[in-house]
Design a protein around this ligand. Structure first.
Ligand code: KIV
Ligand code: ZN
Length: 524
């Protein structure tokens, strides 16, 4: 792969190789292909699609990905042994522009305990592997596994030999995430000073996150001259993960001045989608506090922060959510929120300043927030239209629930009795599972035609005493409503969560009617 501009940092994504090898369950060819296409749309330069020798399925998926990619280069991993390199060639046979990535460990501990070879034997194997790969393609990457713990003179000798043998990219991995940024920077700096043919190849960094240094080390690496960063979406990868793609890309983009114009080809507005697709397919939830892509990365909760952001977003946001593909920031309404926030939400809902008593709404809001944890915009409207006593009343209450479910021979069936106002009504029916059967009964009983947007079930507590918590996010009239249910029985927790969302929708319906009545009066 040739780079036209000395400031371009090549993004080499290894989500499908280093990331995938850390998953509890390997991905199917179809799933890998889906991720590869999303990475290509993201603008990734090189996609490491797998390790062809590891299984026939992996070889097949590397081949399928290589065939499907149009702009990204496909790469396959191999140890420094003939059969691995030949398996990469097999995967790429007849296809243009693919990369073979061959590696061998260079540190003393790996040489002695794992490979049981001398450094000079390892050097010979590396040279042989690079030459063999070069017989198949012009694009050969060589990695010195555990470079971070390799004596610097050995590392220099290895890099020089690999380049001489024909490696076009030489990757320097901190395989065990051991080095600190300053130390890592020194290693890369020394390579550039001491390896005579270093300018004949692209130097790459591949940092693991065992001490949480992966992003910092990768950036230090490019500041010292490396021009390829190996990374994974959402920071997936062995143990604590690899460098997170979104973090290095956004750091380079945001701090362009500091990094003297280094840039990548990543289309940053596609980051959120890539993160969601990878998390969904890999079944690896993104932690809420994850930099750039976590659900809290653009959320503000404390009163002081919310006040600042309302006055000027730059006070607490260094990036816009839109720059990475999210729609907008989130302002969580909690007991830590201040009056400014409440006023801003009411304004967004259409309530003009002076038409309500902010002091009284705010003091009721604080009580509600202490009770509920998080308050939503529709809760705030409830405070505007309902008295304290009415606010506590619920229209729908679960009175009785029974379900029948089993294996594929049993049709999931539910019977639900709800208290609706002063009456009691019952419904029964089937569904594609017990929760679906219960939800069908509840929507018929309440008459609320909602759409289920998200359903999350989590165990609260440990062992046999754990309770199931169900959180639902439903959409009604283009607005999101949330419900929570807790029970030792997850089906009951599901019913309670949907009923709680229905109660919020019911109140919102009353408010809409009252608002329409007020508007009619005003217009007369
Ligand atoms: O961490 C590592 O050293 C690797 C190599 C195979 C590049 O993943
Ligand atoms: Zn790795």
């Amino acid at each position: 792969m040739s780079v036209k501009d000395k400031n371009q940092v090549i993004i080499f994504d290894t989500t499908l190789r280093d990331g995938e090898q850390a998953l509890q369950q390997s991905l199917s060819i179809k799933q890998k292909l889906q991720i590869a296409l999303v990475l290509e749309q993201l603008g990734v330069d090189v996609i490491e699609a797998g390790f062809p020798i590891s299984s026939p399925g992996d070889l097949e998926s590397v081949r399928a990905i290589a065939k499907a990619l149009k702009t990204s280069v496909c790469c396959g991993l191999s140890r420094a042994v003939d059969k691995d390199i030949d398996a990469c060639h097999e995967a790429f046979k007849g296809l243009d522009h693919c990369r073979i990535h061959t590696f061998i460990a260079t540190s003393d501990i790996h040489a002695k305990s794992k490979l049981r070879k001398s450094f000079s034997d390892i050097l010979d194997m590396a040279v042989h592997a690079v030459k063999r790969a070069r017989n198949y393609t012009d694009d050969v990457e060589f990695s010195c596994e555990d470079a971070g713990r390799t004596p610097i003179d050995n590392l220099c000798a290895m890099v020089e030999a690999a380049i001489k043998a024909g490696a076009t990219t030489v990757n320097i991995p901190d395989t065990v995430g051991y080095t600190l940024p300053y130390e890592w920077g020194n290693i890369i700096h020394t390579l550039f000073n001491k390896v005579p043919n270093i300018d004949k190849a692209i130097i790459s960094v591949h940092c693991h996150n065992d001490l949480g240094m992966a992003t910092a080390n990768s950036l230090t690496g490019v500041l010292e001259g490396a021009r390829q960063i190996e990374c994974c979406v959402n920071g997936l990868g062995e143990r604590a993960g690899n460098t997170s793609l979104e973090e290095v890309v956004m750091a380079l983009k945001l701090r362009e001045g500091y990094t003297k114009g280094l840039y990548t080809n990543i289309i940053s507005t596609n980051i959120a989608r890539a993160s969601q697709v990878v998390s969904g397919i890999c079944n690896e939830p993104v932690p809420s506090h994850k930099a750039i892509v976590g659900s809290n990365a653009f959320a503000h909760s404390s009163g002081i922060h919310q006040d600042g952001v309302l006055k000027n977003k730059n006070t607490y946001e260094i990036l816009t959510p839109q720059s990475v593909g999210f729609k907008e920031n989130n302002m969580h309404m909690t007991a830590r929120s201040g009056r400014h926030m409440i006023k801003a939400v009411l304004e967004k809902l259409g309530y003009k300043d002076g038409t309500y008593d902010l002091d009284s709404i705010y003091s009721r809001f604080l009580k509600l927030a202490d009770r509920k944890g998080q308050v939503f915009d529709y809760d705030l409207e409830t405070l505007m239209f309902f008295s304290h006593q009415e606010e506590e009343e619920t229209q729908f209450t679960l009175d009785n629930l029974s379900v029948v479910s089993g294996d594929k021979n049993v049709l999931p069936t539910a019977a639900v009795r709800l208290k609706i106002g002063k009456r009691t009504r019952t419904d029964s029916g089937t569904g594609n599972g017990p929760v679906d059967a219960v939800f069908n009964c509840i929507t018929r009983l309440t008459g609320i035609k909602l759409e289920l947007f998200n359903f999350v079930i989590t165990a609260k507590g440990t062992g046999m005493n754990a309770q199931g918590q169900v959180d639902v996010d439903v959409v009604y009239n283009n607005r999101h409503y949330y419900g929570k249910g807790l029970s030792t029985d997850v089906i009951e927790a599901s019913a309670l969560s949907l009923i709680s969302a229905c109660n919020s929708i019911y109140r919102a319906q009353i408010i809409e009617k009252e608002k329409a009545g007020l508007e009619r009066k005003e217009s007369k």
